[in-house]
Design a binder for this molecule. Structure first.
Ligand code: NAD
Length: 432
């Protein structure tokens, strides 16, 4: 070794130099907040800031009119220190690499927070699937699955449904992967139809998790669920199930907003009737036993619990100051911007962050994967009981960390999760 030899410099890859306000930038700000609490594990913090693997694929398909269309697809594995990658696949016209990277990182945090043995991953195609016929959708799904087939697998990375993907798309992904492998591999994806190795209880799992940890949080702030008033944005898989469970526990669902409009009923909406209305009409709009209010007024509705369960970046610096709830339960991924998060905390509103609040879905996905491996399937009661136990244990640990360190539940969840991820990183060591 000569004295002329310099220390190698570490460069930041161009795709990681993200816009501070984009999803990846928001994730990095969340990491900044956790680093002071990592102790000796802070040595490995850069692991959190760099996805392990990011694959961009071209997805060409023949359209029904005979022309060829090319779509841009992604699969990002943020971290696999604790187990195979795990996370959904999103079909949406606004999907970007930055968004998929952030969603994959949040999956690493979520899986570690509930202590299921998975890393974090996410995928997506930049497409508006509503513009495709069923045949085109199937061809696109199959070609995408083949393209990312080099990095996914039951022990490598297990996709699942997300925005605009469903059980049928998971069935096509499972079939395509299995055809390429030459054997049926049900465990390559979760969120499959029950007749194809899917799990009972998966459809309700995220909403049930939202309800379970919501009740735990409410108890800690002396909020009686049976008398609580709840406002919900998004009445789909997550918001609809959570709404049903809160109503069954005696809460009044006073306002619901979806893409079609906002409805209000101070004495509480008839939730079974509203669910039936949404099932037939596709939206809460037109539900007669309620008052219609302006969409923007939703944020100032008198309520005790607010559940954003629709889209990202809904609670912003513009509307956070008007929110009257005592508890916000994030059913959606990333519904609160960092500025809004600070405003809610300053107002004394407890925010139950997405990375624990909506982890029920991936927890039952884990059960599905375990059942597929053993080819032995559990009853719905067994699944729900195990889900509730995992969610309650995770919440209790995170609540304690928040109290001990005087931090928000979001930072506490990051502390618990990042320590688990980096401890696994440290135990495994670097190869070579
Ligand atoms: P979904 O498609 O079943 O329902 C989405 C709901 O949001 C619908 O009611 C829709 O009308 C509403 N919505 C859409 N655009 C809106 C707008 N501009 N304003 C108000 N409402 C609008 O989706 P989902 O599965 O319930 O997912 C909702 C959120 O939860 C997403 O952020 C998703 O990533 C997250 N999430 C879902 C799961 C799951 O298992 N489904 C798990 C974890 C996180």
């Amino acid at each position: 070794m000569t004295s002329a030899m310099s220390t190698p410099t570490q460069t930041i890859p161009s795709y990681l130099q993200a816009d501070k306000l984009g999803p990846w930038g928001i994730y990095l700000q969340q990491v900044d907040r956790v680093v002071p609490y990592l102790g000796h594990l802070a040595r490995w913090e850069e692991t959190l800031r760099r996805p392990k693997r990011a694959l961009i694929v071209d997805v060409p398909i023949q359209l029904d009119n005979g022309t060829v269309a090319h779509f841009e697809g992604y699969r990002v594995q943020h971290n696999t220190s604790r187990g195979p990658g795990k996370g959904g696949v999103r079909f949406h016209q606004d999907v970007t690499l930055s968004e998929v990277m952030a969603l994959s990182a949040w999956m690493s945090i979520k899986n570690a927070a509930v202590n299921v043995p998975f890393g974090g991953a996410k995928g997506g195609i930049r497409v508006d699937p509503k513009t495709l016929s069923l045949g085109e959708l199937e061809r696109m799904t199959r070609r995408y699955t083949s393209e990312i087939g080099i990095i996914i697998g039951p022990t490598k990375d297990i996709p699942a449904p997300d925005v605009n993907t469903n059980e049928q798309i998971m069935a096509w992904m499972m079939d395509t992967y299995s055809m390429n492998e030459g054997s049926t591999n049900t465990g390559v994806v979760t969120g499959k139809p029950v007749d194809l190795g899917g799990s009972l209880g998966r459809r309700d799992a995220t909403g049930r998790g939202v309800y379970t940890v919501g009740v735990e949080a409410a108890q800690h702030i002396g909020l009686d669920i049976s008398r609580a008033r709840v406002a919900i944005q998004g009445f789909g898989n997550v918001g609809g199930v959570a709404g049903r469970l809160f109503a069954e526990a005696g809460a009044r669902i006073v306002a619901v907003q979806d893409h079609g409009g906002t409805i209000y009923q101070a004495s509480g909406l008839d939730v079974p009737a509203l669910l039936a209305h949404v099932a037939s009409r596709g939206t809460v709009a037109g539900f007669e036993a309620a008052e219609v209010i302006e969409d923007d007024k939703f944020w100032e509705v008198d309520c005790d619990i607010l559940i954003p369960a629709a889209l990202e970046q809904q609670i912003t610096a513009t509307n956070a100051g008007r929110i009257k709830a005592r508890l916000v339960i994030e059913g959606a991924n990333g519904p609160t911007t960092p500025e809004a998060d600070d405003i809610l905390t300053d107002k004394g509103i407890l925010v139950l962050p997405d990375v624990i609040a909506n982890a029920g879905g991936v927890t039952v996905s884990y059960f599905e994967w375990v059942q597929d491996f053993s080819s032995f399937f559990w009853s719905e009661d067994e699944i729900n009981a195990r889900l509730v136990r995992i969610m309650k244990e995770a919440f209790a640990g995170i609540w304690q960390v928040a109290q001990d360190n005087k931090v928000t539940l979001r930072t506490a969840t990051f502390i618990v999760a990042c320590k688990r991820i980096l401890h696994a990183r440290e135990l495994r060591g670097l190869y070579p």
